[in-house]
Write a protein that binds this ligand. Structure first.
Ligand SMILES: Cc1cc2nc3c(=O)[nH]c(=O)nc-3n(C[C@H](O)[C@H](O)[C@H](O)COP(=O)(O)O)c2cc1C
Length: 317
């Protein structure tokens, strides 16, 4: 069994220290371990060309991601060879740092386990080469550490844990570290990171349906996210990570939670059922787009494009 921590931060600073502490505990549980710092990799930003989605949805499409000569394929292999992942993101401007989010975008649709499964099955049924590494179809255990130099970390959970949704991982622990400068000399904070490492090593060895969550109770009963979007209709709110919708209620102990039925929980994108629904919604949207007259749209917007050109810096040489 292998647990890999993916960090994004300065060399040997808080994120790496939290990750090494968690990984050492995972190793004490018998896991093989690996530490990766995104700041040391070259991961190019997604350009939204749509190739990865077509590869997964169209059994005949032969394109590949045009972003070459970077370290994404290497990072994929490290994730594929892991049973559990610990994502460690520093907070920049109240969300996971931009370098970390670049990786999330690259994981995004291209690693959607539901798309992959659908296409895998369609290709097998058609007698074609499935062209999908079946190791992606396994559900890995995930631990999330969102840390920052102050309490300004409100979007920490959803912006750090988003790879878990498309990759179909189980979220088994979450540690939000505010005012993190004292981490190296704070036994309680280090012990919590250790605990997270132990938890992920133990849960990674179980069947996904038997895995437990060990972090603090969030507002979402499905993914345990503590951020909700309160602008849904009918007095409901949505989980900012997995999209499950429920009624926000203040419990007797004062905690705000999203109350939802078992049926509503199934719409969470953390579950195969919710991702399937999302895939169908995307398909519908694709049909709407295909019905539009792209040439007429281009012509209609041409004068405005000429009237308001892009500004660019002068580049010498
Ligand atoms: C551009 C920038 C923005 C930051 N914004 C926040 C923030 O919104 N909230 C916070 O808690 N810390 C913020 N910080 C502090 C970092 O989260 C903190 O320095 C963290 O320890 C960096 O991770 P590292 O020690 O692993 O490099 C910010 C740091 C930088 C450089």
């Amino acid at each position: 069994m292998k647990i890999t921590a993916i960090v994004c931060g300065r060399p040997d600073q808080i994120g790496e220290k939290l990750a090494r502490t968690a990984l050492k505990a995972a190793r004490d549980e018998g896991a093989g371990i690996e530490l990766i710092n995104l700041m040391k990799l070259n991961i190019k930003p997604c350009i939204n060309c749509g190739t990865c989605v077509r590869v997964m949805r169209d059994p005949d499409f032969k394109g590949t991601c045009p972003l070459k000569d970077d370290d994404m394929a290497w990072l994929d292999e490290q994730m594929l060879s892991s049973d559990g992942l610990i994502f460690v993101a520093p907070m920049y401007e109240a969300t996971a740092a931009g370098t970390y989010r670049i990786m999330c975008d690259r994981i995004g649709p291209s690693h959607d386990v539901t798309f992959m499964r659908m296409t895998y099955e369609a290709r097998i049924a058609a007698g074609l080469d499935p062209k999908i590494d079946t190791r992606w179809l396994r559900s890995r255990a995930a631990g999330i550490i969102a840390h920052g130099g102050s309490e300004w970390s409100y979007l920490g959970f959803p912006t750090t844990a988003s790879p878990c949704v498309s990759m179909g991982m189980t979220i088994n622990d979450y540690y939000q570290v505010e005012w993190n400068q004292d981490v190296p000399g704070n036994p309680e904070k280090l012990a919590r990171a250790e605990q997270l490492g132990r938890n992920i090593a133990r849960e990674a060895g179980k069947h996904p349906e038997d895995r437990l969550y060990h972090g603090p109770e969030g507002s979402c009963p499905v993914c345990h996210c503590n951020v909700i979007r309160a602008d849904e209709t009918g007095g409901t709110a949505a989980c900012a990570l997995c999209g499950a919708v429920g009624i926000p209620v203040i419990r007797e102990d004062g905690k705000i939670i999203l109350q939802m039925t078992e049926e509503e929980k199934k719409r969470s994108h953390l579950y195969e059922s919710g991702r399937l629904q999302h895939a169908q919604d995307l398909k519908h949207n694709q049909i709407v787009r295909q019905g539009l007259d792209q040439e007429a749209i281009r012509k209609a917007f041409e004068p405005l494009k000429k009237e308001i050109p892009l500004s660019l810096p002068d580049r010498q040489g």
